[in-house]
Design a protein around this ligand. Structure first.
Ligand code: FES
Length: 177
């Protein structure tokens, strides 16, 4: 006589729910195996997804930049008098941007695609503001934050450095989450 348990028709000597589910022909057991297999799969998937986001969370907590930026010449300071602006592309040729020399002598730069529907934002020196003409969107000149109109998000800030009469773009900050 053997020690092996006596098993019913179509029963497997296994504790693995997936094996029992596949081989099971009994409707009562079917519900039990289905539920347990589903719960195991759901929990496993949740854990896997949670672990997959850990590197991004750590990077965000440490404030690590997600992009590397090149130092890129925008313009010579002599070519951008107070109360004027020039357009350029940064960090790629698909990212239109605006360098502004305010009437007070401040230098500012933003990506200029309106966060509403991507129309180009321009500098209005008379009122010292940034304007999107498509749907009358207004942005604060010194922060790039939306002030009025449909835009809900700010313009990405381009970090600049001025040396030897040349303005360089050196980085970009996308400040919304
Ligand atoms: S595209 Fe700028 S306000 Fe609509």
């Amino acid at each position: 006589m053997t020690d092996k348990k006596k098993l019913g028709l179509n029963k497997k000597d296994s504790n693995d729910d997936m094996i029992n589910l596949v081989d099971n022909l009994n409707r009562d057991d079917d519900m039990k195996f289905n539920r347990r297999a589903f719960l195991k799969t759901a929990v496993g998937t949740s854990i896997a997804l949670g672990l997959a986001t850990v590197p991004f969370s750590v990077r965000a907590m440490l404030g690590m930049a997600e992009e590397e930026f090149e130092r890129t010449e925008i313009a010579k300071t002599a070519d951008v008098p107070k109360g004027s602006s020039v357009t350029f592309k940064y960090p790629t040729d698909n990212d239109p941007a605006l360098l502004i020399h305010t009437k007070n002598g401040d230098w500012l730069a933003y990506n200029s695609a309106c966060p509403h529907l991507m129309c180009p934002v321009f500098y209005e020196p008379e009122k010292e503001e940034l304007v999107c003409p498509c749907h009358k969107g207004y942005f604060d000149l010194h922060s790039g934050q939306p002030m009025a109109g449909p835009p809900q998000r700010e313009l990405p800030l381009i970090e600049i450095d001025i040396s030897n009469g040349v303005v360089y773009a050196i980085g970009r900050k996308v400040r919304h989450g």
